[in-house]
Design a protein around this ligand. Structure first.
Ligand SMILES: Nc1ncnc2c1ncn2[C@@H]1O[C@H](COP(=O)(O)OP(=O)(O)OP(=O)(O)O)[C@@H](O)[C@H]1O
Length: 346
C-alpha cells in the first residue's frame, strides 16, 4: 500500500440553492497517512462538515467532482453498494451529536451488532459478545447492562462512547470525527479525546478531526488544515502552524485563543462571518473583505496554496502585508482600523 491512506484532489461539493449550484467545498486537496491525525479547522460555514460528508458519500443530492483516493480505491466512482461497504467498515465516522447518530428505538447491543453484520463479521453469538467487548474497550462500566439499554437511558458522554464503539467496530483504517466533543461538557470532552487518541494509536488509523476548537487541535493533531469559505487557506504541521501562522485567517483564529498573559484583557477576532454560499465573492482572496485595511495590491488575483517552507502551505500573498496592531490584536473592526489609519499594522 502507498504511504498515503487518503488522498483528496480538487474535491468540489456544490449545493443547489434556488436552482443554481454553489460550491461549499471548492477544489480542496489534502492527504492523510496511516496513523496521522489531520485537523480541519475553521469557523461555522467554512465547509468542514461538507468535506467530511462528501468523503463518506453522504451528500447524495450535492454535485461532487474531484478525486478521493482511499487505499488506492477511487471513491467518487463507486456506486452506493460498494460505498456502503466501505462506510462503517474501513472508513468510519464519529458524529457531533450522539443522539442523532444513534437510533433511539434500538438497544445499544443491536446498533453495534448491526454494523458488524453489515460488514459480514462473526456469528450472532460472537457479534453479541464482541459488542460487549467493544463497550468495555471504550470505557463503559458494566457493559453487559449498557448493551441492553436504549440511547436515552445513557448520559451524553456514554452515548458518545457508544458511537465510538460503533465507529471502531470494524477496525477502520480511517476515522472521521466531526466535532466529536462539541456536545459534551469539558471534563467528558477530555476523556473522549483521550479515548479517540488511544484507539487511533491502537488501530494505527488515520484520523480526520473536524473542530473549531484550537485547544483540541493542539492536543490531538499532527497536521492542521485551516478552511475558510470552502477553501483550505493554510496547511502545516501542528507545531509549525501554532508557532508560525501565516494566513491572516489562521492568525485571527489563533488570536482568539485565551492565554494566561491575556487574562482580564479582551479577546479580538477579525469581525465578520463566512458569507453564505450564494452571496460569496469567488474572485481573488476570499478573506480580503474581512481585512480591508490590507491593500488590494497585497492580494493575488488567483491565490493558490503555495509551499512557503517544508510542508507549510499558504494561500495568497496577503499574509506578507498583514500585521496586527500594537496591542497584538487585529483591529476590532475594519472601520476602526480605517478611521485610525493604523491599517491594522504594527
Ligand atoms: N445540504 C446543504 N444544502 C445547501 N447548503 C448546504 C448544505 N450543507 C451545507 N450547506 C452550506 O455549505 C456551507 C458549508 O457548511 P458546512 O456545514 O460544511 O460548514 P462547517 O464548516 O462544517 O460549519 P459548522 O462548524 O457550523 O458545522 C454553509 O454555507 C452551509 O450553509
Amino acid at each position: 500500500m502507498s504511504e498515503k491512506l487518503l488522498e483528496v484532489n480538487d474535491l468540489t461539493t456544490s449545493f443547489k440553492i434556488k436552482g443554481e449550484y454553489y460550491p461549499a467545498v471548492d477544489h480542496v486537496s489534502f492527504s492523510i497517512k496511516p496513523n496521522e491525525v489531520l485537523a480541519l479547522v475553521g469557523e461555522s460555514g467554512s465547509g468542514k462538515s461538507a468535506t467530511a460528508f462528501s468523503l463518506m458519500g453522504l451528500h447524495t443530492k450535492a454535485r461532487i467532482t474531484g478525486e478521493v483516493q482511499f487505499r488506492d480505491k477511487e471513491l467518487t466512482a463507486l456506486g452506493t453498494g460498494r460505498m456502503n461497504k466501505i462506510r462503517g467498515g474501513d472508513m468510519a465516522m464519529i458524529f457531533q451529536d450522539p443522539m442523532t447518530a444513534l437510533n433511539p428505538l434500538m438497544k445499544i447491543k443491536q446498533q453495534i451488532t448491526e454494523t458488524l453484520k453489515l460488514h459480514g463479521k462473526k456469528s450472532k453469538d460472537e457479534r453479541e459478545s464482541y459488542a460487549v467487548e467493544l463497550l468495555d474497550r471504550v470505557g463503559i462500566p458494566r457493559p453487559e447492562r449498557v448493551a441492553e439499554a436504549f440511547p436515552h437511558e445513557l448520559s451524553g458522554g456514554m452515548r458518545q462512547r457508544v458511537v465510538i464503539a460503533i465507529a471502531i467496530a470494524n477496525r477502520p483504517k480511517l476515522l472521521i470525527a466531526d466535532e466529536p466533543t462539541t456536545a459534551l461538557d469539558v471534563t467528558i470532552q477530555a476523556q473522549i479525546l483521550d479515548l479517540i487518541r488511544e484507539l487511533q494509536d491502537d488501530l494505527g488509523s488515520g484520523v480526520l478531526l473536524i473542530t473549531h476548537d484550537l485547544g483540541v487541535v493542539a492536543e490531538m493533531a499532527d497536521r492542521v488544515a485551516v478552511m475558510y469559505a470552502g477553501q483550505i487557506v493554510e496547511i502545516a504541521p501542528v507545531r509549525e502552524l501554532f508557532k508560525n501562522p501565516k494566513h491572516p485567517y489562521t492568525r485571527s483564529l489563533l488570536n482568539s485563543l485565551p492565554s494566561e498573559d491575556m487574562l482580564g484583557s479582551r479577546l479580538h477576532v477579525i469581525e465578520g462571518v463566512v458569507p453564505p454560499l450564494d452571496k460569496m465573492d469567488r474572485t481573488g482572496c476570499r478573506f480580503a473583505p474581512r481585512i480591508p485595511w490590507v491593500p488590494a495590491s497585497a492580494h493575488e488575483d488567483n491565490p493558490e496554496l503555495r509551499e512557503i517552507s517544508d510542508d507549510h502551505f499558504v494561500r495568497c500573498t496577503c499574509y506578507r502585508d498583514f500585521h496586527l496592531n500594537n496591542e497584538g490584536d487585529a483591529p476590532a473592526s475594519a472601520d476602526a482600523a480605517m478611521e485610525t489609519g493604523t491599517g491594522g499594522r504594527a
